[in-house]
Design a protein around this ligand. Structure first.
Ligand code: PA5
Length: 509
């Protein structure tokens, strides 16, 4: 389940890395202290060893029940409340999991909603599941996020109409705060089974909490092995040495390259199964680092697919890119290319080679081309795609992100900027004014006094190392000094109402 980080093609020397030793020592001590005090958003750091074992067993039990009585399992959540689950499920199940025969799948079909506001998406999902046996898991830490809240209203009604209120209750699973928020209130009132998102773990660091674990277990993935991989990582990345700690080396390399003007990081995978790992990584790093007008902009690419769309830019566009390649060393399958008598496509030279081998050559060839073109390359190699390795990878990225954010001198655990679009949207929708309550982790706070953990974590800036005085801003080109403001739109127009299916209509009434 090992993970290797190769910095050979970054142009970074061992001396460059060693310069970070003191800073890293301070950051890692600080994170550990905060995790031990349990009063900050660093609970994920010790989660693999310190999670609630009783709840872990409850998750397995609930998953078993869902698997036995459901054809479809709907995960309702957005951002950190669904990406981790989807990342793990997609990377560890068949590429066509939902299309597989029931007998081949290890769990029900898994579908997602509440991660957009598309009426047609919701409408189509309603049509798809109406005649199926359905269970749902609504996941929201705040319990007030608009997208999942709207979807939950609709799918809760769907279940109540289909099964009757009492039976529907047995098919609704709620993952939320242990005591506050609208969702918790509703779950208590209705008697839904609830799972807890720990106070000291923020959304994007919650993949290994019930947020991710319930859907992952429903998909038939061994969550014991997943946690075992994360536990291995927890122990491995305690090592303070920047010479040996691969997680720190990744964070340091990003920081060095950022300071050298590489303001965009492309995480490239060569396995479609890793698409959602990339999506999860994008959110983790983007939301953690993009603040105070700083941070690397994280971009995901699926290769070789995107080599035929963005490959040109990567090779010859603006040189602000750094590339991190996620390599999977072993393949679980083996398809060998056969000779063809006519050889019209001229591919007979590949006779006897596996497709994995061709993919590997594409990976190596692309790295070489991009490095030559001025894109430094970090390679992260996974031995294979299995639950232990993915558990390890999740922890690896979470810790690297926390350290990287600290190196950048931003708070990697809040996301104040996310509120801005919501404010405008609610204004346009005419949401009634609320009595102002203090902000919690960038989100509106529910009624009641802030608990100890919340008080302590409020926008705490990461500690600076003794040596540090200033974070270097990335180099900018002369032309780049002023960004043009986009033109304002004149008027927000109500879209024309489209015809609804009778079923969908009924559910919205
Ligand atoms: O990382 C985060 O905190 C966010 O992406 C949240 O997960 C996302 O906004 C959903 O929030 P909630 O779980 O409160 O519905």
């Amino acid at each position: 389940m090992n993970i290797r980080v190769d910095l050979e093609k970054t142009g970074i020397t061992e001396e460059d890395i060693m310069e970070y030793q003191d800073k890293i020592f301070d950051i890692s001590r600080d994170l550990l202290t905060r995790a031990n005090l349990q009063n900050d958003f660093v609970g994920w750091l010790k989660l693999p060893t310190k999670h609630d074992k009783k709840e872990f067993e409850e998750i397995k039990k609930a998953a078993e029940q869902i698997r036995s009585n459901s054809e479809v399992f709907i995960v309702i959540g957005i951002g950190g409340s669904y990406l981790g689950a989807r990342a793990v499920i997609d990377s560890l199940t068949n590429n066509f999991y939902n299309l597989q025969k029931e007998s081949l799948r290890k769990g029900p079909k898994i579908l997602y909603v509440g991660n957009n506001l598309s009426e047609s998406y919701i409408n189509d999902l309603i049509d798809l599941v109406l005649d199926k046996e359905v269970s749902i898991n609504v996941i929201s830490k705040s319990g007030t996020t608009t997208e999942p809240a709207i979807a939950f209203r609709i799918f809760r009604t769907l279940l109540e109409e289909k099964y009757g209120i009492e039976k529907a209750k047995k098919r609704i699973f709620v993952t939320t705060d242990k005591e506050k928020g609208a969702l918790k209130q509703l779950a208590d009132k209705q008697g839904y089974k609830t799972f807890v998102i720990p106070d000291n773990i923020g959304g994007r660091y919650s993949a290994l909490t019930p947020v991710g674990l319930l859907p992952i277990a429903v998909a038939g993935i061994n969550i014991d092995e997943l946690m075992e991989g994360a536990r291995f990582a927890e122990d491995k990345y305690l090592d303070d040495s920047v010479k040996y700690n691969a997680c720190y080396r990744y964070a340091i390399a990003r920081n060095i390259l950022y300071n050298d003007g590489k303001t965009i990081e492309v995480l490239a995978n060569y396995e479609p199964k890793l698409h959602y790992i990339t999506e999860w990584w994008k959110q983790l790093f983007g939301e953690s680092e993009g603040k105070g007008q700083k941070g690397i902009f994280p971009v995901g690419m699926d290769f070789t697919t995107d080599l035929h769309s963005l490959g040109q830019y990567m090779q010859e566009g603006r040189r602000v890119l750094l590339e991190t390649v996620l390599e999977v060393k072993e393949s679980n399958t083996d398809i060998t290319i056969k000779p063809d008598e006519d050889n019209i496509d001229n591919l007979n030279f590949l006779e006897g080679k596996t497709i994995s081998f061709v993919n590997k050559m594409a990976l190596e060839g692309t790295i070489k081309a991009h490095v030559t073109g001025g894109v430094p390359n970090i390679k992260i190699s996974l031995e294979r795609l299995d639950s232990r390795t993915i558990g390890h990878l999740i922890y690896f990225f979470e810790k690297a992100c926390a350290v990287s954010g600290n190196l950048l001198m931003v708070n990697p655990f809040n996301q104040p900027g996310v509120e801005e679009y919501k404010k405008n949207m609610f204004e346009l929708l005419g949401k009634p004014e609320e009595i102002k309550k203090p902000e919690k982790d960038g989100k509106p706070k529910s009624a009641g006094r802030p608990r100890k953990a919340e008080k302590a974590k409020e926008t705490k800036e990461p500690k600076r190392s003794k040596k540090e005085t200033k974070t270097k801003e990335p180099k900018r080109s002369k032309k780049e000094t002023k960004a043009k403001e986009p033109k304002e739109t004149k008027k927000v127009k109500e879209p024309k109402k489209k015809k609804e299916t009778p079923k969908a209509k009924r559910l919205k009434e």
